[in-house]
Design a protein around this ligand. Structure first.
Ligand SMILES: Cc1cc2nc3c(=O)[nH]c(=O)nc-3n(C[C@H](O)[C@H](O)[C@H](O)COP(=O)(O)O)c2cc1C
Length: 301
C-alpha cells in the first residue's frame, strides 16, 4: 500500500484472490502484534463489487458476554482507506470471503456476478422466423428445461442497447414458433458470431454461411449441422423486471436427434452419446467450457 497526498492510503481497487490473501496475511500479522490479545476481534467485509470496493471496518473488544465496538468506518468506495483507519494503533482484518449485497449493485455488476456464478450454462442456439422466408439465429444461455408434462423449456431474452426488443423476442412473439439447437464445442465460433447485432430481418444464418435443412412435418427448418434440435411452439411470455426481460416458455413439440449420436438406451428412448455430442457451455464473459469428465452417483432409495 502506498500513501497519498490526500491523507488516504491506496488499496488495490481490484481485489483479486492474490491481493485479498496478501492483505489478509499482512493485516492479521499486524493485528496480532497490535492487539495481541484474544480480548479483541476485528472484522471487515466487502460491500460492493471488485471495481468499487466498499469496506466496513470494525474492532471489537470482547468483555464477558458483550462486544463493544471501539472503531468502525465505511471507506468511500473509491479504492482508498482513510489514513486513521489504515495506520496503528488501529488495525484491521480483511476477510477472504465476500458477501455481496445485490441490492447495492448496479445491473451490469449483478449480471457479471450471475453469469459467473450460475455455471456452466447450456446454450440454446435459437432459430426464429423473420416472416419473409428468412430466419434469425442467436444464442441464449439463460436457458433451461422447465417441465416434462407438458415439455416446456425457458429462454430469457433481454433488450437491445437502444431499448427495443431483441429480434428473437419479436419473432417468437409474432410467429409463435422457433427451433432450439444444442450447440457443440466445435461450433463455438459460429455461436459467438451469431450473437452479432444485425439489422432486423438480416439473417445470421446467411451472414455466417450456415446451412439449414428441412424436417418432415416442421414449418421451420433446423440448422443442418445441428445434432439436436427442438421444434417449439410459444407457450407463454412472462415479462420480468424493470427492463423488462422476456421469460419465453416454449413447448417442445418434436425433438430431432442425429442418428450417429443415439445409442441403445432404455426401451425406445435412446441414450444420447454426450461424449460425441460435446455440448458447449457458457461461463462468464466470453468464456466457454466443455463437459469434462462425467461420473455417476446413485441416489438413496
Ligand atoms: C453464448 C451467448 C449467450 C447469450 N445468452 C443470452 C441470453 O441468455 N439472453 C440474452 O438476452 N442475450 C444473450 N446473449 C446475447 C444475444 O445472443 C445477442 O444479444 C443477440 O444479438 C440477440 O440476437 P437477436 O436480436 O437476433 O435476437 C448471448 C450471447 C452469447 C454469445
Amino acid at each position: 500500500m502506498s500513501g497519498s497526498a490526500s491523507g488516504t492510503r491506496s488499496i488495490p481497487t481490484l481485489i483479486d484472490r492474490e491481493h485479498r490473501s496478501a492483505i489478509r496475511t499482512r493485516l492479521s500479522d499486524r493485528l496480532r502484534v497490535l492487539l495481541g490479545s484474544p480480548k479483541h476481534s476485528c472484522f471487515a467485509f466487502i460491500l460492493s463489487g471488485t471495481h468499487k470496493l466498499g469496506l466496513w471496518l470494525g474492532i471489537f473488544t470482547n468483555d464477558g458476554d458483550s462486544d463493544t465496538r471501539i472503531a468502525s468506518g465505511r471507506h468511500p468506495a473509491n479504492g482508498s482507506v482513510p489514513e486513521e483507519l489504515a495506520t496503528p494503533p488501529l488495525a484491521w482484518y480483511c476477510s477472504a470471503d465476500m458477501i455481496l449485497d445485490l441490492n447495492q449493485l448496479d445491473p451490469k455488476a449483478i449480471y457479471a456476478l450471475m453469469i459467473q456464478s450460475i455455471v456452466p450454462r447450456p446454450i440454446a442456439w435459437v432459430l426464429s422466423d423473420n416472416g419473409d422466408h428468412s430466419y434469425n439465429l442467436a444464442p441464449f444461455s439463460y436457458f433451461n428445461g422447465v417441465s416434462s408434462k407438458p415439455p416446456i423449456l425457458s429462454l430469457s431474452i433481454g433488450k437491445k442497447r437502444d431499448g427495443s426488443k431483441k429480434d428473437t423476442w419479436v419473432n417468437i412473439e409474432k410467429r409463435k414458433h422457433f427451433v432450439v439447437h444444442i450447440a457443440q464445442c466445435q461450433q463455438a465460433q459460429s455461436v459467438s458470431a451469431s450473437a452479432a447485432s444485425l439489422p432486423f430481418g438480416s439473417s445470421e444464418i446467411t451472414a455466417n454461411e450456415l446451412e439449414t435443412a428441412g424436417v418432415t412435418g416442421w414449418n421451420l427448418p433446423r440448422l443442418a449441422e445441428a445434432k439436436i434440435a427442438m421444434w417449439c411452439q410459444l407457450h407463454q411470455i412472462v415479462e420480468v423486471g424493470d427492463t423488462p426481460q422476456a421469460l419465453v416458455l416454449g413447448r417442445i413439440e418434436q425433438l430431432y436427434l442425429n442418428d450417429d449420436f443415439a445409442q441403445d438406451g432404455l426401451g425406445p428412448i435412446p441414450k444420447i452419446d454426450l461424449d460425441r455430442l460435446d455440448p458447449l457451455a457458457r461461463l462468464g464473459g466470453d468464456d466457454y467450457s466443455a463437459l469434462g469428465d462425467s461420473f455417476t452417483v446413485s441416489r438413496p432409495a
